[in-house]
Design a protein around this ligand. Structure first.
Ligand SMILES: *[C@@H]1O[C@H](CO)[C@@H](O)[C@H](O)[C@H]1NC(C)=O
Ligand SMILES: *[C@@H]1O[C@H](CO)[C@@H](O)[C@H](O)[C@H]1NC(C)=O
Ligand SMILES: *[C@@H]1O[C@H](CO)[C@@H](O)[C@H](O)[C@H]1NC(C)=O
Ligand SMILES: *[C@@H]1O[C@H](CO)[C@@H](O)[C@H](O)[C@H]1NC(C)=O
Ligand SMILES: *[C@@H]1O[C@H](CO)[C@@H](O)[C@H](O)[C@H]1NC(C)=O
Ligand SMILES: *[C@@H]1O[C@H](CO)[C@@H](O)[C@H](O)[C@H]1NC(C)=O
Ligand SMILES: *[C@@H]1O[C@H](CO)[C@@H](O)[C@H](O)[C@H]1NC(C)=O
Ligand SMILES: *[C@@H]1O[C@H](CO)[C@@H](O)[C@H](O)[C@H]1NC(C)=O
Length: 630
């Protein structure tokens, strides 16, 4: 009997010993891997409010409303039950990419198996643009498309939002019941706000394919190619629907913004873009810049009424989209994806250099103090910076392997290494919280407690801090293919500072990775409030879709709709003229010349957040830190 007790005690000791023996970093990674895995849809569900439609293989991501301020308001933003599940490609594409990246560059327990990855890849496959008349064109959409028999075209459709708005009043009754159940007061006020926001939702529907999802998918394809040993068959499957690189490059160039072109399709851009980008255009008149949407004015004129249109019928530039296009191109060339490099012609090289220059320029110029316009769809600054840093990391690696690349890659390397190894570090030093370890973007930063005192909730703190680590690692280390370790770039003077910054943030993540809401703001509509409507900004093109021009000073807003209007800037406007235009009113509204942040009254906007995305980038930060050579 005693012996048995002793045995038991002995085993217990061993167990305790081994539990303690697992270092905290491994434990945290295990827990993150489990949480990420739990957030993948393994059983598809149909919409039957309040049950959301969920598509097999996708990871959880949700639409929330950025209310802020008093506890009741803040609750509407962060409540566990108040969100709409969204079936988009972006979150799942990123989570898959991040998990693969952590596998390659990090040291971690097994992150994802073939079966789960294959579910995600299959799901992503369904986000192809079905309106292409050639096969295997890797052009992707944020939401998957459904066929519209009336208009004979495939249309993007955000399932749950569409259902919710189609039978809005039925849903409302249910929403009210649920809110009452949750004990949320002021329901009438909330319903009112949801009503106004859902009206704003409508113009983000029916969108064309975009170059962000498109180049995210290209980067993913390259990773699958590099990991063929680990995940056999997945790359070949990917190739079946993504091999037409010629068409991809044709489309990228066709829809690019070329301010000095004579063609309206190419030289016209959203007036909000022009407002912050104009000095860059002045200094780089021959620029060719990657845009957001795969649609031009000629096309929108005829196809808008069949159900595919860019928001406000015009293309724009978002630096985040640019960063992802740059990464897609960089990885496709360095790792020789299909025959991509055969079509990497002079125009495409110009697009690559111009777009990278714009990214460096916008970081150096703090987005001209208009992040709301520069990151018009993707407000998270930490996320944007990380997307940009990934190209630098690849370029550094290629240089160390003496890969022969077109000269334009050296120029982009210079631009990115300069900005990431100085300006971006400075940005972090200026924005680190008082603990010298963690970072906030904007979710919940302007919340107050019941006494009206400022009490930030840190909802994007985990995400922003993890991305900071990922950016610093991407900027100051390279992957040594011989040892499989990440090595410091030793000729950097500030390396000691960087190591301390990374150490601090890693310690913070180990302690706090599960203590705050793991939210992020990876996507949003382009309009965050009245000030982000394009009509108030100087423009020189005022037309209806049918080509008839109109006068904004005599526009009858009561009886006419701007829905079918094209308000844009064509070509270059000299600065003196532009300054005068800024001082004038447009549609009887003064130009909004300043931006006061994402938490000002009247600026409550819908945003997309994905918890497994936050967990994945945290995992990436820890796995890479765990693989650093000291
Ligand atoms: C596809 O459409 C383009 C115009 O958008 C046309 O030039 C081309 O000939 C078409 N290709 C096929 C195979 O139908
Ligand atoms: C705009 O799209 C149309 C239809 O696809 C195409 O014919 C036209 O060439 C495009 N414009 C430019 C400048 O590429
Ligand atoms: C088809 O498209 C038209 C035009 O956008 C739209 O009015 C109609 O509701 C769509 N039909 C379906 C079934 O979605
Ligand atoms: C970072 O932390 C590691 C171990 O936690 C330590 O060995 C290293 O010296 C630290 N580096 C700096 C610069 O503090
Ligand atoms: C063009 O569209 C506008 C607005 O829809 C309309 O008022 C105008 O009459 C149209 N012009 C022609 C020539 O059809
Ligand atoms: C709008 O149209 C109605 C009826 O056609 C007219 O009475 C009204 O004056 C118009 N509003 C404006 C601002 O012109
Ligand atoms: C323009 O706006 C002012 C208020 O800012 C208003 O008094 C005036 O009536 C408006 N004019 C027109 C033509 O709508
Ligand atoms: C915070 O919110 C208040 C009102 O709720 C607003 O006046 C202020 O400008 C906001 N501050 C920031 C930094 O967003």
């Amino acid at each position: 009997m005693i012996l048995l007790h002793k045995m038991f005690y002995f085993i217990l000791c061993i167990c305790i010993y081994y539990t303690n023996a697992i270092p905290p970093i491994e434990q945290t990674m295990e827990k993150l891997i489990k949480l990420i895995s739990d957030d993948q849809v393994l059983k598809p569900a149909e919409f039957k409010f309040p049950q959301w439609e969920k598509k097999l293989g996708l990871y959880r991501s949700e639409v929330r409303l950025d209310f802020f301020g008093e506890p009741l308001q803040a609750e509407l933003r962060k409540n566990k039950y108040i969100y709409v599940f969204d079936n988009n490609m972006f979150a799942t594409g990123w989570i898959s990419s991040v998990l693969l990246e952590a596998t390659v560059y990090g040291r971690a327990p097994k992150i994802i198996d073939t079966e789960r990855l294959s579910l995600a890849i299959d799901a992503i496959e369904t986000f192809h643009d079905h309106n292409q008349n050639e096969s295997s064109v890797p052009l992707m959409t944020f939401w998957s498309q459904i066929y519209n028999q009336t208009t004979n075209i495939w249309q993007s459709a955000p399932d749950n939002l569409r259902y919710l708005i189609t039978d809005f009043d039925d849903s409302l009754l249910l929403i009210e019941d649920i809110l009452k159940l949750l004990g949320i007061k002021n329901i009438a006020q909330l319903i009112d706000k949801i009503r106004t926001s859902s009206a704003a939702f409508k113009d983000v529907f029916q969108i064309p394919p975009d170059f962000d999802d498109t180049y995210l998918n290209i980067g993913l394809g390259v990773q699958l190619k590099l990991l063929q040993d680990k995940y056999p068959s997945l790359y070949l499957r990917w190739l079946q629907t993504n091999s037409n690189m010629k068409k991809l490059i044709d489309l990228t160039l066709r829809y690019a913004y070329k301010p000095s072109s004579q063609n309206l399709d190419q030289n016209t851009i959203d007036p909000r873009t022009y407002f912050w980008i104009r000095d860059f255009v002045r200094d780089n008149p021959q620029a060719v810049l990657a845009t957001t949407w795969a649609q031009n004015i000629t096309e929108v004129r005829t196809i808008a009424h069949r159900g595919i249109r860019m928001p406000f019928n015009l293309n724009n530039i978002d630096v985040t989209v640019g960063a992802n296009v740059i990464y897609g191109i960089t990885s496709a060339i360095i790792y020789d994806l299909v025959d991509f490099k055969d079509y990497f012609n002079q125009d495409m090289q110009t697009l690559y250099l111009s777009t990278a220059s714009l990214i460096a320029w916008s970081i150096k110029n703090s987005m001209k103090n208009r992040p709301d316009l520069a990151q018009v769809y993707y407000p998270s600054h930490y996320n944007f910076l990380w997307y940009g840093s990934r190209s630098l990391f690849l370029l550094e690696l290629a240089r160390r392997q003496d890969k022969s690349l077109p000269d334009v890659f050296n120029r982009v390397y210079s631009l990115l290494s300069d900005v990431y190894r100085s300006d971006v570090v400075k940005f972090f030093q200026d924005h680190v919280r008082s603990d010298k370890s963690s970072y906030d973007d904007f979710l919940g930063t302007n919340d107050t407690n019941i006494f009206g005192k400022l009490e930030p909730t840190g909802e994007d703190r985990i995400f922003s801090t993890a991305q900071t680590v990922n950016i610093l690692i991407a900027s100051f280390t390279y992957f040594d293919t011989n040892t499989g370790r990440l090595k410091w770039i030793t000729n950097e003077k500030q390396l000691d500072t960087i190591k301390i910054m990374i150490n601090n943030s890693i310690s913070w993540l180990l302690e706090n990775a599960f203590k705050y809401q793991p939210f992020n703001c990876f996507f949003s509509g382009s309009v965050k409030g009245f000030n982000q409507l394009p009509f108030w900004y100087p423009a020189n093109i005022y037309q209806f879709l049918n080509g008839t021009t109109f006068d904004p000073d005599h526009f009858d807003t009561e009886n006419q709709s701007l829905m079918d209007s094209i308000v844009g800037v064509s070509g270059y406007i000299d600065e003196t003229t532009y300054e005068r235009m800024i001082s004038q009113k447009h549609f009887n509204v003064s130009t909004p010349t300043t931006f006061n942040g994402y938490n000002v009254p009247g600026g409550e906007f819908p945003f997309w957040s994905s918890q497994p995305y936050t967990h994945s980038v945290t995992l990436l930060a820890l796995a890479q830190y765990n693989n650093l050579d000291d």
